[in-house]
Design a binder for this molecule. Sequence first.
Ligand code: ZN
Length: 159
Amino acid sequence: MPRMPSSRPDGWKCDLRLPAEALAYRRTIPELLLPEGLGKINVTAWLYLDERGDRNVKVNPNITIAQIRQEFGRAPTRDAETGIHSEGIAAQFFKENPRYRVLAIFSERIPCRKMCGPMLRNYFRGVPWFYYYDRNSWRGNDGELIRRAADVLSAAYGL
Ligand SMILES: [Zn+2]
């Protein structure tokens, strides 16, 4: 089972189906479980109510599957915080499907301060965020600061 993610606001409990679905998504593409894939790709999973009142989860990475395949043939320079962010892609989906009501947003990395954070606060006001990796605050088991997303995600998912 994945670890309980951190939350904004503090102290909220995440429906663990969200990180479980994000991990299940990674398992469909073997590269996404390797350190390079953990660093380059950020997976987001949003809990929402559909028009029948059922709870569903929408999962997506920061780029398309076709791009993921291409990406792993290249030099390992790109990071998940460049390009189109996964939260932006998910937000677009919910903007196009206004009958779905978003209840919770899980993103492996905390939504970025420059783009996604302000966008989520504006368009999905009051929806809690859950995340594993915040470059500024993650501590390991011995209190040491861990700066690499891949290390944080490996620990959180038990890889
Ligand atoms: Zn972002």
